[in-house]
Design a binder for this molecule. Sequence first.
Ligand SMILES: NC(=O)C1=CN([C@@H]2O[C@H](COP(=O)(O)OP(=O)(O)OC[C@H]3O[C@@H](n4cnc5c(N)ncnc54)[C@H](OP(=O)(O)O)[C@@H]3O)[C@@H](O)[C@H]2O)C=CC1
Ligand SMILES: O=C(CO)COP(=O)(O)O
Length: 298
Amino acid sequence: MQKGSIAVIGAGKWGQALHFALSQKQKCYITSRTKKDIENFVDLKTAMDCEYLIIAIPAQEIRSWLKENFIFKGQKILVASKGIEATTGEFLNEIYANFIPSENVGFISGPSFAAEVIKGLPCALVINSTSKKLYESFQPFFPNFIKTYYSVDVIGAEIAGAYKNVLAIASGICEGLQLGKNAQASLIARGLVEMQRFGKYFGAKKSSFLGLSGAGDLFLTANSTMSRNFRVGLGLSQSKKLCVILEELGEVAEGVKTADAIDKLSKKYKIYTPIANEVKLILDGKNPKDSLKDLLKN
Ligand SMILES: NC(=O)C1=CN([C@@H]2O[C@H](COP(=O)(O)OP(=O)(O)OC[C@H]3O[C@@H](n4cnc5c(N)ncnc54)[C@H](OP(=O)(O)O)[C@@H]3O)[C@@H](O)[C@H]2O)C=CC1
Ligand SMILES: O=C(CO)COP(=O)(O)O
């Protein structure tokens, strides 16, 4: 392993933005399935030999990617993905735990559109890990335009980052149906309560949902067409087929599969998550106007 070296795995929008940010202070490698003309692009083997890895591939692809490519040699890992695995309902930390000791893994959360980070615009992120030492080892790599915080609440950050994508779809639907700002603000506020209720069941800290990981990322994503998930909601409000929406998007919208995961988990553990349940139904073809009526019922 190349001591002190760092690489990003996954050269999508977020991987490239993190690569830009982490290249400000030191050489940062990047690799991806598809070769890309990016500075310090290397093959997977070279990247995997680095001591510090940032993995920015879609949440639903992580388990198979780790199975096929990952050999633990003591690397320290930052997970940049946001989502819950739809096939199993497992959280990302549970998946990574099959391959890497928890003290070697951290999860990035917080309001961070890649399109702004790659321009060097300021933002604040949370590095969530059971190990503060892990946070302290990654923190120096971050540039001055990114303020980093540490939190031990991994599950809270994971659920916040995943759930907000589902709520962003709901908010995009609200916008697309032109229901007004009162409705959108009420939806986002109740969505925050719902996200926190869901997180509490799995042992998450309430404070995680009031901070950058929850409210911060939710307010960002649920109020902007820069969000892929918000744009999925806009498409659904125009009765576009999901496959057409995703084809046109051309990038991952994690809220689609995470809605399925949350729907399954909330039914399995009897957690009241009406907004996420309706998003799942709309993704399966329910008319959004009927969902609105059902959500408004007293
Ligand atoms: N975009 C953003 O603003 C932010 C995104 N995120 C999160 O980061 C994660 C990645 O999102 P983003 O980069 O935007 O998505 P993109 O759709 O832009 O890119 C996805 C990346 O994942 C790679 N990939 C896809 N499937 C596989 C696979 N099976 N094996 C290996 N690599 C694969 C692609 O590789 P290739 O292109 O080489 O085929 C591509 O580099 C998501 O969980 C997202 O929620 C978090 C914060 C901000
Ligand atoms: O997570 C993000 C911003 O923090 C990106 O949101 P989208 O995946 O909806 O574009």
